[in-house]
Design a protein around this ligand. Sequence first.
Ligand code: SF4
Length: 347
Amino acid sequence: MKVARIRPQPPPPALPRGVAGPLLRWYARAGRDLPWRRSPEPYRVWVSEVMLQQTQVERVREFFVRFVTAFPDVRALAAADEDEVLRLWEGLGYYRRARQLHAAARRVVADHGGRLPRTAESLRTLPGIGRYTAGAIASIAFDVPEPIVEANSRRVIARLAGFERPLDTPDAEAAVWRMAAALVPQRNPGRFNQALMDLGALVCTPARPRCTDCPLAKACVAHGTNRVDSIPATSVRRRVERIRETALVVQHGGRVLVERRGPGEWWEGLWDFPRSGSAAKGRLLGRVAYSVTHHRVECVVRGCRSTPRFRTGKNRRWVTPAGLAKLAMTAPGRRIAALLKTVAHLW
Ligand code: SF4
C-alpha cells in the first residue's frame, strides 16, 4: 500500500516588532468612518461582520443601516419572520448568511438570555459564526485579544512578514492565522484588528500599495527587501463555467407563477421564476445573464399562458406584478421581474 508523504511546510517567517503603536496612531487619524463603528455594540458588530463576509464595505453601509433600523437588537431579529429578514437582505447576496444570522439570533435569545457570548469559542457555536467573525466580535465588541484574518489583513500580514507563498492553501491560511495571533496586542485588540483591515483597504492595496504613506514601512519586510510586487504570490485562477438555462414566466389571470429555491440551491429560500430544460417552448421575452461564484449563466426567458393547474403552497405561488415587488427574490428573478415591466402584453 502506498502511503502519501506529507511534505513539511517551512515555518512562517518571523514578524517585525513594534507594529501596534504606529498602526494605532495611523488608525486614529485615517481609519474609515463606518456606521457600525460609531456605536460598536456586540449586536451591531455581529450584523456588520456577517454582512462583510462576502460583500464590499461600500455596499454594506446602506444595507447595514436599513437592517439595524428594522431590527435594532437581537430580540427584534429573533422575533422577525424569515421572509422579512430575507427581504431586507435582498441585494446583498449569499442569503445563507441571513438565514444563519436569523437562526443564531433565536439561539442567542433562547440559550444566552439575549446577550451574545463574549468568547470566540462560544461565539463559534452559533450558526454562521466562523473563526473570522468570532474573532471580530470578540475583539471589537468585547476587547478580547483574538486575531482576525480577512482579505485585507491577510495581505498586510504577508507583506509585513515577507511571506512568499500563495495564500489560498490551507497551510498558508494556518500560517497567516498564527502570524495574526502573534501580532494582536493585549491592549486595544479590536482597534488593532480594524486598523490592519483599514490599512489593507486604504494603503496596502493589492496593486500599487502606497508604501511611502504607510505607518509600517520601516518594519515591513516586503518593502525593505523590494518584494512588494510579488507578495502575496498569485495562484492559478479557477476557470469560469458557462451554463444555459430557461426561465418560464407562466401567466394566468394577470398573475405569474413563482417558486421558492430549495435547500442546496443558489439563493436558497428566495423566490424566482421556474426553470425548465433548454428545449422549453414559449414566447421569447428576453435574456438575462448573471454570474454566481465561478459560473456565468445565460438565461433565456420565455412566457406561456396556463391554467392554474400547478399545486401551490408554501414554496409555490401565483402573484401579481405588485406582489413580486414585495417578495424576497433572487438576483436573476428580480431582473426577470424588471424585464416583464417592458413586456406590456403580459398583463
Ligand atoms: S510598507 Fe507597503 S507593503 Fe508594507 S505594509 Fe506598508 S503598504 Fe504594505
